[in-house]
Design a protein around this ligand. Structure first.
Ligand code: HH2
Length: 287
C-alpha cells in the first residue's frame, strides 16, 4: 500500500513510554478484554452500539463488571466471511465520538483494526494497544506505526480460507514467526507482542478447538497469549445456538484456554467471564 506522509513521518518524542498492558500482565491473573463493536454488522452484536452514548454506557458497564482492557472496533472482521469492507474515513468517523471518550474512562483501550492509518489515528487519540487481526501481515505500514508509538500489538493468526488438511498449530506457529520477523524489521521490540491463535479465523471448527486444546505449544514463543472464543461459531457446531445464546460454550472455551496458558480473554460477556475465571482460580488455589 502507499504509505501516507503521516505514517512515513516520525512522531517526534510522542511515544507511549509506559506500557499499561505490561503492568496488567504482571498482575499474574488472566486479564479480561471487553469487546466494544461500533459497527452495523458485527456477527453477534452488530448495530447494538453504533450510537455513541449507548457504546459508552456499554464501555462503563464492562469496566464495572471487571474489564481490564476495552477493545474497540469499527469494522467487522466477520470471521466467517461476508464482512463489508469499510473505508478508512468511515472507520475513523465511527470511532471519533467513542474512542477518545472511552480512553477517558482510564482503562487501556485497544484498537481493533486492520488499517495502519486507523491505528495511527486511534493511538494519537489515546489508544494504548493495536489489535491487528492480520498479525502485521496485511498492511506493511502497521508494524512501523506500532514501533513509532511504542505500543504493544496483538498479532492474530488469520488466513483467507480454512484448509482442513493443515496441522493448524504448525501453521499458526509459522505465521507468528513471520509476524515476529516483520516486527523485528520495523524495530518493534518482541516484548511488545501478544500472540492470538485467531479462533474462528481461517479455521475449521475442529481447528479452532485444536488451537485451544494445544495452546501450550504456542507458549514456546515466550510471549503472552490472547484467546477470543466469545460467541464464535465452533460453539454452535457442538451445541447449536444463535450467537446470543453461546455464553456457556464461550465460558467453557475460555476456561480451557486459561488452563492451557492464555493470559488475556477477549469477550462480549465480561461479568460472566470474570466470575467464571475467579471461581476457577479459587478452586485451583485450594487444591
Ligand atoms: N475476533 C473478532 C474480532 N477481533 N481480535 C482478536 N485479537 N482476536 C479475536 O479472536 C477477534 C478479534 C471477531 O469477533 P467480534 O469482534 O465480535 O466480531 P466482528 O469482527 O464481526 O465485529
Amino acid at each position: 500500500m502507499a504509505v501516507s506522509p503521516r505514517l512515513a513521518g516520525a512522531h517526534g518524542d510522542q511515544t507511549h513510554a509506559h506500557n499499561p498492558l505490561a503492568e496488567l500482565l504482571a498482575l499474574g491473573r488472566p486479564l479480561i478484554m471487553g469487546i466494544l463493536n461500533v459497527t452495523p454488522d458485527s456477527f453477534s452484536d452488530g448495530g447494538r452500539f453504533l450510537d455513541p452514548s449507548g457504546a459508552l454506557d456499554h464501555a462503563r458497564r464492562m469496566i464495572a463488571e471487571g474489564a481490564d482492557i476495552l477493545d474497540i472496533g469499527a469494522e467487522s472482521t466477520r470471521p466467517y466471511g461476508g464482512a463489508v469492507p469499510v473505508p478508512m474515513e468511515e472507520e475513523i468517523r465511527r470511532l471519533t465520538p467513542v474512542l477518545p471518550q472511552a480512553v477517558a474512562l482510564r482503562v487501556p483501550v485497544s484498537i481493533d483494526t486492520m488499517k495502519a492509518e486507523v491505528a495511527d489515528w486511534a493511538i494519537a487519540a489515546g489508544a494504548a494497544i493495536i489489535n491487528d487481526v492480520w498479525g502485521l501481515q496485511r498492511e506493511a505500514a502497521m508494524a512501523g506505526v506500532a514501533a513509532r508509538w511504542g505500543v504493544p500489538v496483538i498479532v492474530m493468526h488469520n488466513r483467507e480460507h480454512a484448509d482442513p488438511s493443515l496441522d493448524i498449530i504448525a501453521e499458526i506457529a509459522e505465521f507468528f514467526a513471520r509476524s515476529l520477523e516483520i516486527a523485528a524489521h520495523a524495530g518493534l521490540p518482541r516484548k511488545q507482542i501478544v500472540l492470538d491463535p485467531g479462533i474462528g479465523f481461517g479455521k475449521t471448527a475442529e481447528q479452532s478447538m485444536i488451537a485451544i486444546a494445544r495452546l501450550r505449544e504456542l507458549k514456546s514463543f515466550g510471549l503472552p497469549i490472547l484467546v477470543g472464543a466469545s460467541r464464535k461459531r465452533f460453539i454452535a457446531r457442538i451445541s447449536p445456538a444463535s450467537p446470543d445464546h453461546r455464553l456457556g460454550g464461550s465460558v467453557a472455551a475460555h476456561l480451557a484456554a486459561v488452563s492451557n496458558g492464555a493470559a488475556i480473554i477477549r469477550t462480549h460477556d465480561v461479568a460472566e467471564t470474570a466470575q467464571a475465571l475467579r471461581v476457577a482460580a479459587a478452586i485451583e488455589a485450594v487444591q
